[in-house]
Design a protein around this ligand. Structure first.
Ligand code: TRP
Length: 463
């Protein structure tokens, strides 16, 4: 009983176009900026292992659930949830899932754009030759000069938002598909090159050990929550981004196969980034747990010492900015699609409205690194005691909103949608694939998310 619904916003031209767009959404700052720095902060190997397990057991099944829900509903996540709830005779409360996704997208993009601004400013830093022969102290002072200047951060944040809005305003097909087709492969090439440089530092083995040799004594309940939250973040799950991309997916494409391809590519990029960065960290006696500045304080050392470093430096930060760009688009698409559907606005008008809101919230993250660096908005709660505005937003979105959103998506797809609906969308044949998916999203995913949550909140006893 396939539906013949189509999306008012358009459709991807092919399966490849969807893979590129979804990979463009997944691969971004999360892989190259966030993964290395949180791995450094959470002790390495054991954290990476938990993250990989979460990608396989939670991430891929939820990605399939999101795509299937999106393609079935063919609207913005809010209206898709509303329509499916009605068709399957479920409570309208499910639409709230769409709303929380819109909110999470706006909040994440507000700080994502600020960090993307750092990457853009580094294109010019690299191009000006500032990294040539630089020392570890040198790069660190270049970095602090940037983040301590609110005006520069604001200018880059504004520019990045404008660039994002331009692509979103143009709609699903033009621009976006084209950008990812060439940029993602090029990003891989550059990462391999950096890993090659990292190999020459003589500390490659130490880095591999750090990344892949688990030491469970370094793993706290909070680290497990952060690893799980990052699995959602890096695959763009839990807020409707992949759902809305799924709503533009042609009917005959296999959801399972494409989801696996996307997750594998995304994970590869993260691991390559780790293998490029940690050898440099160890070779220069830097601190792996130094926080959000990690890649900005390590990679320039590589560019400063390799041949053609200026060229590669420019290219690398250019690609990183592009990767951030193709991710940013998916963070705002659910909100924009909803405004077009419900508020009778043109795509351009909705995009501008959403952009203004995101830009304003982003000011809080701009100031987190300078004027408000001592401000602790939720300082009265122990978990937030040492977190500034940026840290609070990041924690609440990645570690609370995305896993909870993902949990509810899993429950909806596996417990509330009828078996015939999900079977019909997933088209996995009569083998074991469909029952395996259903088992994972029915039992494993919800239970895993709940346990990690309760444990991090200190509600489970120690074991
Ligand atoms: N996955 C992207 C990254 O790793 C960020 C991102 C894009 C995202 N869309 C999302 C994160 C939706 C969570 C939800 O950089």
């Amino acid at each position: 009983m396939s539906t013949t619904r189509t999306s008012v916003h358009g459709q991807w031209s092919s399966r490849l176009a969807f893979i590129l767009a979804a990979t463009g959404s997944a691969v971004g700052l999360g892989n190259i900026w966030k993964f290395p720095y949180i791995t450094g902060e959470n002790g390495g190997g054991a954290f990476v292992l938990v993250y990989l397990v979460c990608i396989g057991l939670i991430g891929i099944p939820i990605m399939m659930a999101e795509v299937l829900i999106g393609r079935r509903g063919r609207q913005s996540p809010i209206n898709t949830m509303m329509t499916l709830a009605k068709e399957e005779k479920l409570s309208k409360v499910w639409a709230l899932l769409g709303w929380s996704g819109v909110l999470a997208g706006v909040l994440i993009l507000s700080y994502y754009s600020v960090i993307a601004g750092w990457a853009m400013s580094y294109i010019f830093r690299a191009g000006s030759g500032a990294f040539v022969g630089v020392t570890a102290e040198g790069v660190s002072s270049i970095f602090s000069a940037l983040i301590s200047d609110p005006e520069r951060l604001l200018a880059w944040h504004t520019l990045f938002m404008v660039m994002t809005l331009i692509v979103v305003a143009r709609g699903v097909r033009s621009g976006l598909e084209l950008a990812v087709r060439y940029l993602i492969p090029l990003l891989f090439v550059l990462l391999f090159l950096l890993v090659g440089y990292a190999y020459t530092t003589g500390h490659f083995g130490e880095a591999l050990e750090f990344l892949f040799k688990p030491d469970f004594s370094k793993l706290s309940a909070e680290s497990v929550l952060i690893a799980m939250g990052h699995a959602f973040f890096t695959l763009s799950l839990g807020m409707g981004a992949i759902m809305v991309y799924g709503s533009y997916l042609p009917a005959n494409v296999s959801i399972a196969r494409t989801s696996i391809i996307i997750a594998v590519l995304d994970t590869l990029v993260a691991l390559l980034a780790g293998m490029a960065i940690f050898p440099i960290v160890f070779a220069n006696g830097l601190e792996p747990g130094s926080g959000p500045g990690l890649i900005f304080e390590t990679l320039p050392i590589a560019f400063g010492h390799m041949s053609f470093g200026t060229l590669f430096g420019v290219l690398f930060f250019l690609l990183l900015s592009f990767a951030a760009w193709t991710s940013a688009i998916s963070l705002i698409e659910p909100a924009v699609a909803w405004l077009v559907e419900n508020r009778n606005m043109t795509r351009v008008q909705s995009t501008i409205w959403c952009g203004v809101v995101v830009w304003l919230v982003g000011l809080g993250s701009v100031f987190s690194f300078n004027l408000w660096s001592e401000f602790r908005p939720l300082g009265m709660f122990p978990v937030f005691a040492d977190k500034n505005f940026f840290d609070v937003l990041d924690f609440i979105t990645s570690n609370v909103m995305l896993p909870l959103g993902g949990l509810l998506i899993a429950v909806f797809a596996a417990w509330r949608l009828s078996r015939s609906t999900s079977f019909d969308e997933l088209k996995m044949g009569d083998g074991l694939a469909y029952p395996l998916w259903r088992f994972l999203v029915r039992y494993i995913t919800p239970i895993a998310v709940l346990i990690v949550f309760l444990d991090a909140l200190g509600i489970l006893p120690d074991f």
